[in-house]
Design a protein around this ligand. Structure first.
Ligand code: ZN
Length: 230
């Protein structure tokens, strides 16, 4: 039985959706049963209470928000987390103005707080992000960057600037895997020529020829074309 004048701790648990863009105070009236008095508790209504988060909270365009939610299957992106209800979009670099999809990840409120406390650091968040479907990353720009990485800048710009033109290239199986999202999105068409090259234009070539042949039962020579569709 609490004595008047002493402090009684009352644990109040509430969940606040911090992505709704609301800031300010949450007032809770607490009636202590033995005293019949009321005590007003003022809690900060925003769990992300740094100055950066109190000001300038541009809301995400609905389409972008939906893309991030779909990418994550409307679930927290942290592997093994089964939370589907209390979800918030987190800016990995903690810059709310950086709405590049690569910087956005869907987290539950618990993991969102852990991210802000650096219990889950940015690198870990990027790794979780990388495990999500690459679908939203498919664009002509990201294709050009990948082709530059795989085949060099000359072949990349030749392909992108000449839709429909087929170029003979050499790809190892890992590179073919990296192109899969673009093939599925019909941005590029990749055909095996059946030929086997022990060296070629691909900067990653250098693997033993048997290793190149193994996963596909094919040669590593391909015809690649950019369809120009996006
Ligand atoms: Zn979670």
């Amino acid at each position: 039985m609490p004595t008047p004048g002493t402090s009684d701790k009352v644990l109040i648990s509430c969940r606040i959706n911090a992505e709704k863009g609301r800031t300010g105070k949450l007032n809770i009236q607490c009636i202590l049963p033995n005293q019949g008095t009321t005590e007003a508790l003022a809690l900060n209504g925003d769990s992300m209470s740094s100055d950066k988060y109190e000001t300038n909270r541009p809301s995400l365009p609905a389409e972008l928000r939906r893309a991030i939610e779909v990418e994550s299957g409307h679930a927290c992106a942290v592997k093994g987390c089964s939370e589907h209800t209390y979800l918030e979009i987190h800016h990995i670099d903690q810059d709310r103005n950086n709405n590049n999809p690569q910087n956005l990840i869907l987290l539950c409120d618990k993991h969102h707080k852990m991210a802000h406390n650096d219990v889950i650091d940015r690198k870990a968040l990027r790794l979780y992000k990388a495990e999500l479907s690459p679908r939203i990353n498919v664009s002509v720009d990201s294709l050009a960057a990948l082709l530059t990485e795989l085949c060099g800048p000359d072949i990349s710009s030749q392909l992108i600037n000449n839709p429909g033109a087929q170029l003979q290239i050499v790809l190892n199986p890992a590179s073919v895997e990296e192109l899969q999202p673009y093939i599925q999105s019909a941005l590029v068409v990749l055909r095996s020529t059946g030929s086997i090259c022990s060296m070629g234009m691909n900067s990653r070539v250098g693997n033993h020829i048997e290793e190149l042949k193994r996963p596909y039962g094919l040669g590593n020579g391909f015809l690649l074309s950019f369809t120009g569709e996006s």
